[in-house]
Design a protein around this ligand. Structure first.
Ligand SMILES: Nc1ncnc2c1ncn2[C@@H]1O[C@H](COP(=O)(O)OP(=O)(O)OP(=O)(O)O)[C@@H](O)[C@H]1O
Length: 262
């Protein structure tokens, strides 16, 4: 057992004459060891709020989150976040960006560079150690962000639409890379996306959420990432009748929610 979200609700208080927002209502979710949980849902259904709770950036209004038997009460090195905008330090090199979390923890230069170089290699960034990150493409910058998150050896990797800003081809390659890294590092992952295809391909568990108030309406166990990791080409996985049928079912659920919210 890794992380339990137990009957969690979040209400953002009224502000600027706007009423309070019930962003999440009575969410229950378990993210098991080595599980890849993907959250999908119409805009405003509370995906980022849920991620911010798990990260410890936000406290629930009611309910609680428990990680390995300890209640989550703030951010910690056991959880690392990868954002869509990679939140890198543009004036630093790739190596210093990747080693940044370890520097914050007070790890000495030799050790932190050694660890950082392991993940730089894993993310296919060898040779770019000294490049300032602002000179890299969006896809490479995103890989720097993922390498930086992994260097701190978190129990749970939290990814808020990490591939949303990438072009289609780079995005597909990044999906495959993330799955291979997840398979190698055995992390638990909580991953937000707006792409149904990406959600189905990446997750071992799919959480479909609905807005106003944000809640979980459907849960699916998914076989597709395992098929890819077992050797089936990604395009073949995504073109299989089983994948396409589920993609249509999930799209119907999301479209119905979008229409209800409009
Ligand atoms: N700091 C805040 N103060 C007030 N309301 C907020 C705040 N943050 C989010 N909300 C509201 O809470 C609800 C859930 O927002 P959240 O960003 O978690 O949803 P989301 O599913 O991640 O949305 P998107 O897909 O558009 O990123 C929305 O109605 C949003 O407007």
């Amino acid at each position: 057992m890794a992380l339990n979200v137990e009957d969690v609700s979040v209400v953002y208080p009224a502000a600027d004459r706007r009423p309070p927002v019930e962003a999440l209502s009575r969410i229950n979710l378990t993210i098991d060891d080595e599980e890849f949980v993907v959250a999908l849902g119409a805009s405003g259904c509370g995906k980022s709020t849920l991620l911010n709770l798990i990260a410890g950036f936000l406290s629930p209004t009611s309910g609680r989150l428990v990680l390995d038997g300890h209640q989550v009460s703030g951010p910690g090195a056991d959880r690392a976040v990868v954002f869509q905008k990679h939140a890198l330090l543009p004036w630093l090199s790739v190596l210093d960006n990747v080693a940044f979390g370890l520097q914050i923890q007070g790890i000495g230069k030799t050790q932190r560079y050694k660890t950082a170089n392991t993940f730089i290699g894993m993310l296919g960034l060898d040779g770019f150690q000294d490049a300032p990150v602002y000179k890299l493409s969006g896809g490479m910058q995103q890989r720097v962000g993922i390498a930086r998150a992994l260097t701190c050896d978190p129990r749970v990797l939290l990814m808020d639409e990490p591939l949303g800003a990438l072009d289609a081809l780079t995005r597909e390659k990044a999906q495959e890379l993330i799955l291979n890294i997840w398979n190698d590092t055995h992390k638990s992952v909580f991953f937000i996306t707006h792409s149904v295809e990406e959600a189905l391909f990446m997750g071992t568990k799919l959480v479909v959420m609905s807005p106003r108030p944000g809640r979980i309406t459907h849960l699916f166990d998914l076989p597709f990432s395992r098929q890819f990791l077992d050797g089936m080409p990604a395009r073949q996985v995504k073109a299989s009748p089983e994948f396409i049928a589920l993609r249509e079912d999930v799209l119907k659920i999301i479209f119905a929610d979008e229409e209800a919210a409009a």
